[in-house]
Design a protein around this ligand. Sequence first.
Ligand SMILES: [Zn+2]
Length: 315
Amino acid sequence: MAVLDFKEIPEAHVANGLQDTFELFAREFLEFMGFKIISTPDRGADGGVDLIVEEHRHGIGGVTIVRWLVSCKHKAHSGSSVTPTVEQNIRDRLDTHNCDSFMGFYSTIPSSGLTTNLDGFKTNNNIDYLIYDKELIEGKLLRSAEGLELARRFFPKSFKEWERESPKPAKIFDGDLSLKCHVCNSEFLENEKHGIIVFWEGIDKAYKSTDRIEYIKWVCKGRCDQVMKNKITMLNPNVIDRWEDIPDVVIPTKYIQWVMSILNQQNKGVVYSDEAFDNLKTFMIRVFPHVSRHLTSDEKERIKLLRMTESYLYF
Ligand SMILES: [Zn+2]
């Protein structure tokens, strides 16, 4: 799904002083991509050229300079593709401006007719072309810190939305806190690796809870969970386990309800071994930077689902 809404950039023909924003964006984008800007946009008749940029190709035989004619077409507001009617006389324009290659910088996409024409020039006249369409531009921007900064400036609304949907840990503590599986040491707070936090509660001979949490561990689901289960039941057979998915616990709404349920239990007399209590505090601190943020859309749905199947406050 598209992240950046190119309609955030004002339409080119609207005379409100912002009509050149798309061309300015093109200029900054191409600089970011490593092109050297030779002529910059100015108002008035452009003679079929919006920008001229140079690409310095470093090869074995030295540096080859490719001179690109850039044509900017901002059609996001109408949503129409760029057709050969819009993009006329490409070869003449290249000759007039002494350019080797043609670049389309489009907020929509080229029509298939235009692509066919450009392919024809390439095969028959050895004229190279490159089209930066909306998807390619977005892909380049979202892949680096510098690109993200550009996206933040030209697409403030879409960028804000994207940031919310792609949460990064809040900068609360010095350095990134880590949460590693107690068995295999793999990291849970990166790359969405799925783990569980397991509470081991004491039971008496009649399998009744002793209201004492003996151990708290975080492990990968499956094999690591089983390894830990074997280890703990050898140490102390009088325990039972219950667990929560870590990706669920770091959903902000779920996190606070989970913390409340622990407080409620403590108020009712549940106690913790020193080790379990230390681990509980460690866990709460380490996941907190991942929790102090807005909900993503997926998490909103997940919360709805969890509410149907669980009652947090009586955990
Ligand atoms: Zn593991």
